[in-house]
Design a protein around this ligand. Structure first.
Ligand SMILES: Nc1ncnc2c1ncn2[C@@H]1O[C@H](COP(=O)(O)OP(=O)(O)OP(=O)(O)O)[C@@H](O)[C@H]1O
Length: 325
C-alpha cells in the first residue's frame, strides 16, 4: 500500500518571530510595592505598540524588564527568541539588536552627538575602522533628521527636540530590529511632537522596525500607533486598536480615551484623515487636469496638510492643556 505523502506545508511568513517580544506572568516588586503582578504582553513584528497607563503604573519598569535592566521577581520574557529571564548565555548579543531612546535622551553630556552615536558602535563592533564608524554615525544623525552640523555639537547646545533626535540616532546606531521609545514626545512643542511622530512612523516602515513606545501623548497614539497596550491594576488590562479599546467597559480606558483630551485627539485625527483624503483627491483630479492648475492644487494640498497637522495638534493642545514633560 502506498503511503500517503504529506506535502510540505509552507511556513506562514509570520510564524517565525511573529511576536518578537513575549512577556508572560511578569511580576516586579520593589520591597513591599508590587508594580506588576502577572503581566502578559505580546508585541507583533512590524507594529508600533503604544504603551499607556497612569503615572507609576509600571510602563518604564516593564520596558526595563524587557531589555534586561530590571530583574523580575517572576515570569518569563522572550525577546527575538531569547529568554531575558533565563541564563545570560542564552541572550547572546541580543542587546545589539535593539535600540533604546530613554526619557530625556540620556545622552553623554561630554560627548558630541556623533560621539554619542559611536558609543554603541564601539561597544559592539570594536573592529570597525575609525573612518567607517564616523561615517555610520554621521549617516544615523542625518537619518534622524538632524542637520550635518549637529554631529559636532554637544547635547547642551541642542534644543529639546534635537536632543530627542540625537538620542534616536544613537538608538538606531546598530540597525536594530526593535526600537524602545520612552515618552519620545514629552516636553516637545506640538509641531515638534508631530514631526517626531512622523519620523518614527516613516523610520518604522522604511527600516522594518518593531516599536515599543511608552507615551502619555494621545496625539501620538492616534497618529502612529498600530495597537495600544493599557497597563492598570499591575497588568496589561487590554491591547488593541483605539476602536477596539473603546469597546471595553473599563473605566480607566473610557476616561482616558473619552475624556476631554481623548476627544480632542480623536477630533484632530478625524480632521487630519479628512484633510489627507481631500488633499489626495485634489492631487488626483489635479494630475488629470491642466498643468498649472495641477501644480497649484498639489502645492495647496501639501502645505495644507502640514499646516493642518501642526495647527490641529496645537489646537488639541490648546483644548487639552500642556503635555506632561
Ligand atoms: N528602582 C526602583 N526602586 C524602587 N521603586 C521603583 C524603581 N523603579 C521604579 N519604581 C517604582 O515603580 C513604580 C512604577 O514606575 P515606572 O517608572 O515604571 O512608572 P511609569 O508608569 O513609567 O510612570 P510615569 O508615567 O510617571 O513615567 C513607581 O511607583 C516607581 O516609584
Amino acid at each position: 500500500m502506498k503511503r500517503a505523502v504529506r506535502e510540505a506545508q509552507p511556513v506562514p511568513p509570520l510564524f517565525k518571530g511573529e511576536f518578537p517580544i513575549i512577556v508572560e506572568g511578569l511580576v516586579n516588586r520593589f520591597g513591599p510595592q508590587v508594580v506588576h503582578d502577572g503581566l502578559d504582553l505580546q508585541v507583533r513584528r512590524g507594529e508600533i505598540l503604544g504603551v499607556v497607563g497612569g503615572s507609576g503604573s509600571g510602563k518604564s519598569v516593564l520596558m526595563r524588564s524587557i531589555i534586561g535592566l530590571q530583574n523580575p521577581a517572576a515570569g518569563s520574557i522572550e525577546v527575538l527568541g531569547h529568554s531575558m529571564t533565563g541564563a545570560a548565555d542564552d541572550q547572546g548579543d541580543i542587546r545589539a539588536r535593539w535600540g533604546v531612546l530613554f526619557q530625556g535622551g540620556a545622552l553623554f553630556s561630554t560627548l558630541t552627538v556623533a560621539e554619542n552615536v559611536e558609543v554603541p558602535l564601539q561597544q559592539f563592533f570594536p573592529e570597525l575602522s575609525d573612518d567607517l564608524r564616523h561615517e555610520i554615525a554621521r549617516f544615523k544623525v542625518r537619518l534622524s533628521g538632524l542637520p550635518e552640523e549637529a554631529t559636532s555639537k554637544y547635547p547642551s547646545e541642542l534644543s529639546g527636540g534635537m536632543r530627542k533626535r540625537a538620542g534616536l540616532a544613537r538608538a538606531l546606531a546598530l540597525d536594530p530590529e526593535l526600537l524602545f521609545l520612552d515618552e519620545p514626545t514629552a516636553g516637545l512643542d506640538p509641531i515638534g511632537a508631530a514631526a517626531f511622530d512622523e519620523l518614527t512612523r516613516s523610520l518604522t516602515d522604511t527600516l522594518g522596525l518593531t516599536v515599543f513606545l511608552i507615551t502619555h501623548d494621545l496625539d501620538t497614539l492616534y497618529a502612529i500607533c498600530d495597537r495600544i497596550a493599557v497597563i492598570a491594576e499591575k497588568r496589561v488590562i487590554a491591547v488593541g486598536t483605539i476602536a477596539e479599546l473603546l469597546q471595553t467597559e473599563h473605566p480607566w480606558i473610557q476616561d482616558y480615551f473619552n475624556g476631554p483630551r481623548g476627544r480632542a485627539a480623536k477630533a484632530t485625527d478625524a480632521h487630519l484623515a479628512a484633510s489627507a483624503s481631500a488633499s489626495a483627491s485634489a492631487s488626483a483630479s489635479a494630475s488629470a487636469g491642466p498643468g498649472a492648475a495641477g501644480q497649484a492644487a498639489d502645492a495647496g494640498g501639501a502645505s495644507g496638510w502640514s499646516q493642518a497637522n501642526a495647527g490641529d495638534r496645537s489646537g488639541a493642545m490648546d483644548k487639552t492643556g500642556h503635555k506632561g514633560a
